[in-house]
Ligand binder design. Structure first.
Ligand code: 0A1
Ligand code: ZN
Length: 889
């Protein structure tokens, strides 16, 4: 794990894949569990793979003390095997082998939270991607799939609950204050899906009737005291099971399905077979601690992990380069799940817009930076660095494009074929593509480039209307910027969904190749560098609605006039593009405002734009969640992408000005929206009421940008009287960011202190308290340092570390990029400190500097120095070394 030679972090390459020399059929494990020390005895049966060029038994191990090593009953002598780094090789083995290995591990010392570790006195595992090797020596690679039996033994008092994958087949007392439980997983699985949990836990459980008539036991396990926060996760699990049955015909294949929540977790959650382990953030909820966003996050992550049971577990990845095979597909499935649960067309669009916002803000930026990589990478140094928005979110967009190209039923056929062909196998992204192509009877050869080429494609659209011939000729041209290691790109296969709007705002009927009679949206397939599409019988010059529903993960340019955009915003039948038109109008203005700030010119926002926003805000036929999205200006990070050289302070000033101007011009409308969208009565996180809260709280945040006592009082009253966390947190946000006088500032500080006092026992709410302050406009580096001294702050817990430090470095750009470089110095200190504790978390924070070459020379120089400081640190983990080396390259 450590890498002392920074100049050459060792990369591994996809092209070097070699099948394992030995398959593993069965694994029996006996674990004597203890926090200080756990003894692991593993017995596995191996069988030579005659098809491999690899002749040795190859095992991986990391930080293990070996007590015993026996092959077919005989102790292995030191001369009979070799260990180099994490790799053990046993040459000259017979074709059938029983290998017995005993190791000792120390869970309390495991601060990296990979392998077996301690969390609040409990024992938890995390084995993806390569954590199993921190428990025992094993061919720890996803294409080695085996059947596991696990015997857990532990002190009864300290570890009353003992869980592992699959079914509980035996449990009992050992007499000496200890007890045992034996678990058997009937399915073949890769080692990364292995899990155990032991400790003091309680569960909400329920029997659930599956569509095929079987009953399954569902359990949500949490620390004692949290049983009042498990219901939403349980409801989400049941909905997930039903949804996968109905939408994809996929059944739960186990009699028992468990979810366990831990407060110490590097990621969101993990799909271990039958024993999903979750970050508490994605399990625990009740109205007083969780926001609408939290409720939605829980639903989608519970779904995500459950859906992995088929897309990931039953069919898994041949190697880690294929990670998006399971992740892109499973994100697509969880996005569809959330959209289907909302049900309405605008509800679906709202979900789509939210997902695309993340993609644009984070993935497009990744694609334009030093860590850019294809959806199926060709190489990596540390696989943990590749759990990225490209693998997940762009991967999901790639899957969505099959859906767009093949249609609802065609996609389902492709999925069915994929499972028919590959159930129980470890396969490649290409196998998924082949299933889609074969089921749809389509040639998807060129589509492979979505997997092999990094970078965000640009599509330039231009159009000519010929009034005499009544033709509308649309030309689409594509290009893709260079990315590290890929200077030239070949054309992608891009589905571009298009509609044409008439002057009355209605969709014109489309007469073009591939469009059926009466169709008002058509999927054009752009496969060449440039292509022309002809629409006939077009009665009037239309306004084109391009890339409807964001049909491909590209940047689309079209020279729209403001009037055309306003027309689309007011009328497009595609709600995504309605929103998109509003964002284009806003972005244009924010870029101009930023330039005006830089030039010291007067700032102004035009009435036409304000009017367009006002009309949307006041259009009560529109879903409040949709209105909220239209009224939300592009984030500072999205605006930054419009510039070659980013000026974070100017962008911030410009955006704040725009917010205040909107607040000023739409004051009365905002107040009305606030009052019209109150949700009195019992809290419910359903789409309709959360939509109302989102618009109401957006109105509140705008009103607070136009400071006067009445809006301050509105926020304060909402804070004091809120009966749910969504409203309370939004009010606190408004108070903390209120540009008021000393008295108001004092009242805001008091609210902040009250909030902490009220929730100091709720770790997830304390995280919110840190985060809210981290992203506040007035929070500078000194304030962050002060907050780091707070007794509740620690870098040892990933959620807490992220709540303050990540939020500041990633979501408070105007303060993080302080001209004196103090933000960068703080960043370097934090990355260095985290590197010693938890390399995965450190490497995530290290990514905050990815785009350093986009800033002014003065800032660049300071960022480079900070990167070099980290790069020059002794004992840098592979994780951090890879990120900073690539940034500096
Ligand atoms: N497979 C999980 C994500 C995950 C990945 C790595 C982890 O530890 C290093 C933990 C979780 C998912 O997609 O939900
Ligand atoms: Zn996943």
């Amino acid at each position: 794990m450590r890498n002392d030679n920074l100049s050459a972090p060792q990369a591994i390459y996809r092209k070097d894949y070699v099948a394992p020399g030995f398959w593993v059929d069965t694994v029996e494990m006996g674990l004597d569990l203890g926090l200080e020390q756990t003894h692991v005895a593993t017995r596995m049966t191996l069988r030579r793979n005659p098809e491999s060029t690899e002749k040795d038994i190859v095992l991986f191990g990391d930080g293990l003390k070996i007590l015993q090593l026996r092959l077919n009953g005989a102790n292995l002598k030191k001369s009979q095997y070799s260990i180099q780094g994490e790799t053990m090789r046993i040459p000259d083995a017979p074709d059938d082998v029983v290998l017995e290995i005993e190791t000792l591990i120390q869970p309390v010392k495991n601060t990296a939270l990979s392998g077996l570790y301690a969390s609040a006195g409990n024992l938890i595992t995390q084995c993806e991607a390569e954590g199993f090797r921190r428990i025992t020596w094993f061919p720890d690679r996803p294409d080695v799939m085996a059947k596991y039996t696990v015997l857990l033994r532990a002190d009864k008092k300290a570890f009353p609950v003992l869980l592992s994958n699959g079914n509980l087949i035996e449990e009992g007392d050992l007499g000496d204050g200890r007890h045992y439980a034996k678990w058997e997983d009937p399915f073949f699985k890769p080692s990364y899906l292995f899990a155990i949990v032991a400790g003091k836990l309680v569960c909400q459980e329920e029997t659930f009737r599956l569509q095929d008539g079987r009953d399954a036991l569902l359990q949500v396990w949490v620390e004692p005291g949290n049983l009042d926060k498990t219901d939403h996760a349980m409801q989400s699990l049941k909905k997930s099971i039903r949804w996968d049955e109905e939408r994809f015909g996929l059944e739960l294949d186990l009699d028992r399905f468990m979810i366990v929540a831990t407060g110490d977790f590097n990621m969101g959650a993990m799909e271990n077979k039958g024993l999903n382990i979750f970050n508490t953030k994605y399990v625990l909820a009740n109205p007083s601690i969780a926001t609408d966003t939290d409720y939605a996050g829980i639903e989608s992550v519970v779904g995500h992990e459950y859906f992995h049971n088929w897309t990931g577990n039953r069919v898994t990845c041949r190697d880690w380069f294929q990670l998006s095979l399971k992740e892109g597909l499973t994100v697509f499935r969880d996005q569809e799940f959330s959209a289907d649960l909302v049900g309405t067309a605008t509800g679906r669009a709202v979900k789509r817009i939210e997902d695309v916002r993340v993609l644009r803000q984070v993935q497009f930026s990744e694609d334009a930076g030093p860590m850019a990589h294809p959806v199926r990478p060709d190489s990596f140094v540390e696989i943990n660095n590749f759990y990225t928005v490209t693998i997940y979110e762009k991967g999901s967009e790639v899957v969505r494009m099959y859906y767009t190209l093949l249609g609802h039923d065609g996609f389902r056929k492709g999925m069915d074929l994929y499972f028919a062909r590959h159930d129980g196998q470890a396969v490649e992204c290409d196998d998924f593509r082949a299933a889609m192509a074969d089921a749809g009877g389509r040639d998807l050869t060129q589509f492979e480039r979505w997997y092999s080429q990094a970078g965000t494609p640009r599509v330039h659209a231009s159009a000519v209307y010929n009034a005499e011939e009544k033709t509308y000729v649309l030309t689409l041209a594509q290009s893709c910027p260079a990315t590290p290691g890929q200077a030239e790109k070949l054309p992608f296969h891009i589905p571009v969904t298009v509609g044409l709007l008439g002057a009355d705002g209605r969709d014109l009927p489309l007469h073009t190749d591939g469009a059926q009679a009466g169709q008002t949206s058509v999927v054009l397939e752009l496969t060449e560098a440039s292509q022309t599409f002809i629409f006939r019988d077009v009665a009037e010059e239309p306004v084109p609605s391009l890339l409807r529903n964001f049909s491909a993960p590209v940047v689309l340019h079209f020279d729209y006039s403001d009037a055309q955009l306003a027309h689309l915003l007011a009328h497009d039948s595609d709600p995504f593009n309605r929103w998109e038109a509003g964002q284009r109008l806003a972005t244009r203005r924010l870029v101009k405002l930023t330039q005006a700030v830089q030039a010291g010119e007067a700032l102004a926002l035009d009435e036409m734009f304000l009017e367009a926003l006002r009309n949307t805000l006041n259009d009560t036929t529109l879903d409040p969640a949709f209105r909220e999205l239209v009224l939300t200006l592009p984030s500072e990070l999205v605006i930054a992408e419009e510039f070659d050289e980013v000026d974070p302070q100017a962008i911030h000033t410009a955006r704040q000005f725009a917010r205040a101007a909107i607040s000023d011009a739409l004051r009365g409308d905002l107040l009305t929206a606030y009052e019209d969208n109150l949700t009195p009565g019992k809290y419910s996180p359903d789409a309709e009421s959360s939509a109302k809260r989102s618009l109401k709280n957006l109105a509140l945040s705008y009103l607070a940008d136009w400071p006067q006592q009445s809006t301050f009082d509105l926020a304060l009253t909402q804070f004091n009287e809120a009966e749910n966390m969504t409203d309370r947190l939004a009010a606190l946000h408004a108070l903390v960011n209120f540009k008021g006088d000393a008295k108001q500032k004092k009242a805001a500080d008091k609210a902040l202190a009250q909030f902490y006092k009220l929730f100091s026992k709720e770790a997830l709410v304390v995280d919110k308290w840190f985060m809210l302050q981290a992203v506040a406009e007035t929070t500078d580096v000194a304030k962050v340092r002060e907050l780091m001294q707070h007794p509740a702050f620690t870098l040892n817990n990933p959620n807490r570390a992220r709540s303050l430090t990540f939020s500041f470095c990633n979501a408070n750009p105007s303060q993080f990029h302080a001209p004196d470089g103090s933000g960068y110095a703080l960043w370097a200190e934090l990355v260095i400190a985290l590197n010693k504790i938890n390399p995965q978390v450190a490497a995530r924070l290290a990514r905050s500097m990815d785009r350093w070459k986009k800033y002014s020379p003065a800032l660049q120089q300071k960022m480079k120095a900070a990167l070099e400081k980290v790069a020059g640190t002794k004992k840098l983990s592979k994780d951090v070394a890879e990120v900073v080396t690539k940034a500096l390259a």
